[in-house]
Design a protein around this ligand. Sequence first.
Ligand code: CDP
Length: 213
Amino acid sequence: MIFTVAIDGPAAAGKGTIARAIAAETGFAHLDTGLLYRAVALRSLAGEDPVTAARGLDPVALDDPRLRRPEVSQEASRISAIPALREALFAVQRGFARREGGAVMDGRDIGTVICPEAEAKLFVTASPEARARRRWEELRAAGLGTSYEATLEEVRARDARDAARAVAPMRPAPDAVVIDTSDLTVAEAVAAALAVVRDRLVAAEGSRRRQGA
Ligand code: CDP
C-alpha cells in the first residue's frame, strides 16, 4: 500500500511526537526530514560546502545527538534556503514518501513540495511561547543549558526565515488540517492527528475498492 502522512509546521510545534505516534499506530515508516537538513548543517559548520554535503549525505547517519544543538538548528534554517541543496535532498525524501507500506514524514514542505498528493496532510502549530517553552525544556533535559528568552528568540528567527524563503517556504498546504497544540496535552494532540489519519485511511480504502484494486 502507498499512503503518505505529511506533517508540516514551525519549529518545536510537536511534529516529531505526533509523527512517531502515528508511525507506531499504523506501522508506517517515519522520516524526520529536519534531520537531513541538520546533518548537512553540521557538516557546513565543520567547513564543508553545504550543497556538496547534501549531495553526499548518508541518510542512515541521522542519530548524532549534536544534530539537536541550537547552533545546528540555526545553520539548518540558513542553508535550507539554498535551492540546489533542497534539490539534492528531494529524491531521497520523494522515494521515502511513496515507499511500499506507508510513510509518515515531518518537515516544512512535505505536503506542498515533496508529496503534494499525500493522502493525509497535517499542519501542526502552536504559539511561539508554547513552542519555545517546550524546546527549552527539551534542551535542558539534554544538558544543553540555555535560557528561555534565547530559545524564544531562536524559534522566532527560524520561523521568520523558513516562512520567508523563496523556495519551498513553510506554509500549510491548501488541503492540510491545521492542529494548534498550544493548549493541548500530548495525548490530545496525538488523538486529533490520529483521527485525521484514520479518516483518510478509510477514504483511501474506499476508493481502492471502487477501482477494484
Ligand atoms: O525540530 P524542529 O521543528 O525545531 O526543526 P527541524 O524540523 O529539525 O528543522 C530544522 C530546520 O531545517 C528548519 O528550521 C528548516 O529551515 C529546515 N527544514 C526544511 O527546510 N524543510 C524540511 N522539510 C525540514 C526542515
